[in-house]
Ligand binder design. Structure first.
Ligand SMILES: C[S@@+](CC[C@H](N)C(=O)[O-])C[C@H]1O[C@@H](n2cnc3c(N)ncnc32)[C@H](O)[C@@H]1O
Length: 320
């Protein structure tokens, strides 16, 4: 989804006997990041970067007469794109408000009648028959908060048990995740606030100085079992002097592979920029060691807290 309003999307569950709101990390893990209020779906529908790439990928992946399953259908928009050529689409959504909304909206659209909106939990649902394509957009940058990885892993396990080893095509098919050291301006009208933020892809980021090229830290292949634990340690060669006080996280989703054209349809999430607790001064040519770890579906804070950056001393540089 579009990532510009991460905090409000999370609704804290009521916990009996808890007088104060819970921290995000204390939330029941299955719940975190899964409830998206109705009005945010409008933002997702308005996000041309997301919509155009999903529509192209769905056009490429869904053949005439295909049977399609969408997990986490929201307004039903991606199911509706699929219904252009599919014979049948099951659109699974667990938020009852969204189930009603999807049914209402699909009725306005030409192929909406081919979409069956199913009120169910994507962790449990299996279609009544094998499907050709599974669409799932429960994607947050760095695969945090939302449950893409867990839902797809669980789905594959249950699908194999019911229908055998031949799996459907997954859309997205893979994700490439990268990290980049930044010097980030945290001055807000005289108020110093090193705070997590999102940056629109393709927009100017005047307050961000890139101090090294991004490095890929993980590649997820949804055809395979995807590990939830991500632990990375890597080195950057700094390209400019400055203070590394933030890390930018970049997630590129490979929505579809266009074999005939030798290309892919991709969707880049908004960038996530997290402040480092201990900023480090660097000079061009320095080697910077960066490490972090998190579990997919976990909170943004869990990643932020694990982040560390250290300039490697000369001796290590010579040895390396
Ligand atoms: C990022 S939105 C995407 C909605 C829609 N597919 C689109 O592209 O506009 C993810 C959707 O997944 C739904 N969802 C989250 N967890 C779910 C679960 N366990 N089972 C079913 N739906 C779920 C949310 O309610 C939300 O509507």
């Amino acid at each position: 989804m579009s990532l510009m309003e991460p905090a409000v999307r999370f609704q804290r569950p009521a916990v009996a006997g808890t007088p104060f709101p819970l921290r995000e990390d204390d939330a029941e893990p299955h719940f975190l990041g899964q409830f998206i209020p109705l009005h945010y779906h409008h933002n997702m529908l308005m996000d041309a970067n997301r919509m155009e790439n999903f529509r192209s990928a769905i056009d490429a992946a869904v053949f005439d007469g295909a049977r399609v399953l969408e997990l986490g259908g929201g307004t039903g928009v991606l199911s509706c794109f699929a219904a252009k050529r599919a014979s049948k689409v099951w659109c699974v959504e667990f938020n009852p408000d969204m189930v009603e909304e999807a049914q209402r909206l699909l009725a306005f659209n030409e192929n909406g009648h081919k979409v069956e909106v199913v009120h169910a939990d994507a962790f449990e649902y299996l279609p009544p028959e094998p499907v050709d394509v599974v669409i799932c957009e429960m994607i947050h940058v760095a695969m945090l908060r939302e449950k893409q990885v867990e839902v797809i892993n669980a789905f594959k396990r249950r699908y194999r048990e019911r229908f055998g080893d031949r799996l459907p095509l997954f859309l997205p098919t893979a994700a490439v995740m990268a990290v980049q050291p930044l010097q980030q301006d945290y001055d807000f009208f005289g108020f110093h606030a090193p705070i997590m933020q999102f940056q629109r892809v393709g927009a100017e980021h005047a307050g961000s100085a890139e101090l090294a090229a991004p490095a890929v830290y993980s590649i997820l292949d949804f055809d395979d079992t995807v590990e939830r634990e991500i632990a990375w340690q890597g080195e950057f060669t700094m390209t400019a002097d400055g203070t590394v006080n933030a890390l930018r996280f970049v997630t590129k989703n490979i929505l579809a592979i266009l074999a005939a054209q030798g290309s892919t349809v991709d969707w880049l999430n908004d960038y996530l920029v997290l402040p480092l607790e201990a900023p480090v001064r660097v000079r061009a040519g320095d080697r910077l060691q960066v490490s972090f770890d998190y579990v997919t579906g976990g909170s943004l804070q869990s990643l932020a807290r694990s982040m560390q950056a250290t300039v490697l001393p000369m001796r290590s540089r010579l040895v390396a």
